[in-house]
Design a protein around this ligand. Sequence first.
Ligand code: NAP
Ligand code: F7E
Length: 324
Amino acid sequence: MKSAIITGITGQDGSYLAELLLSKGYKVYGFNRRTSTPNTQRIEHLKDKIEVIYGDVTDSYSIYRALKKAEPSEFYNLAAQSFVGSSWDLPESTCEIDGLGVVKALEAIKNCNPAIKFYQASTSELYGKVREVPQNENTPFHPRSPYGFAKMMGYWATVNYRESYNMFAVNGILFNHESPRRGIEFVTRKITYGVARIKLGLDKAITLGNLDAKRDWGFAPEYVDAMWRMLQHKQPEDFVIASGHTHSVRDFVIAAFEAIGVKDYEKYVKTDARFMRPAEVQELVGDASKAEKLLGWKPKTGFKELVKIMVDSDVKLISEGGKV
Ligand code: NAP
Ligand code: F7E
């Protein structure tokens, strides 16, 4: 039986990836940090099927301990301080987790068993102030936040361990991907949750920042499938994963209100400088043709369908008294 460690298993992607690997017959180990209150709601339904090992990617010894216990054939490094907005307030710890944490994981694998295949959760935020449109695996990087430059370290560490030690270590350069399990602070979920509350008469408006920023948004369960495909590929290579379409935050707002039958969205949307960033990534759009050609991966869920899935899910969640 194949086994895998997933760091960041309590997050959006970790929970979907755990489901995928279980469906493929893997023994799944989640590497999870200790918290004072439970934060395992996204993997509650999997608790009898996975094994959780307590650890932290900033604590080398805990990674060694996990490797010894799980003896995995694959290691998916999804752990991160993943919110760009907070990275300006937490630049050092973001670098510890998103940059140095990757080096610690790679070093532990190199020393324990360099045959373990390693997936690094890299990001379109590396492109930042974009040098070309659309962005592909050869587009130069220009990160625009502590999150972006911390992830840059993780990216290059992965490339260097591959080139120096012949390890199967790959970067998935994933563009934004969303779902009903997206964290509430990210703009898509903030919008769909806010729109659901307005529909149910619980709020009058949502307050956002830059409505003109554009992103390439896809559906998270499809993106974790690409992670798995990268580790099954015959050789270690980096891949862009994206929908190939870009939409503004305003487009997302319009689609979310349309999903509840509201056309005059302006009445319900305010903006506030609090949600603006010191430096913005204005427009991202990815070219995933390499992944289509070599991995047979293609996005399926379109933009409007994604927005509707998220709005419907939040209306149901709130109506049933559920919590985020
Ligand atoms: P997420 O929901 O924020 O999940 C992040 C996970 O990392 C959580 O399980 C979190 O645990 C864990 N974590 C944070 N610090 C840790 C530490 N020091 N040690 C161990 N675990 C730690 O993020 P996501 O959206 O699933 O994204 C998964 C990965 O892909 C992240 O690396 C993110 O940067 C990257 N990425 C995401 C996107 C996207 O659009 N979603 C795009 C490109 C790349 P807690 O529950 O304890 O906080
Ligand atoms: O912002 C704008 C904001 O926080 C998207 C992470 O998963 O994807 C994510 O990073 C855009 C930005 O995601 C609000 O200024 C406007 O331009 O949803 P977000 P992100 O920064 O793109 C990448 C690929 C990752 O790797 C990250 O881990 O929306 N925006 N108004 C707002 N953003 C937020 N959060 N809140 C607002 O009120």
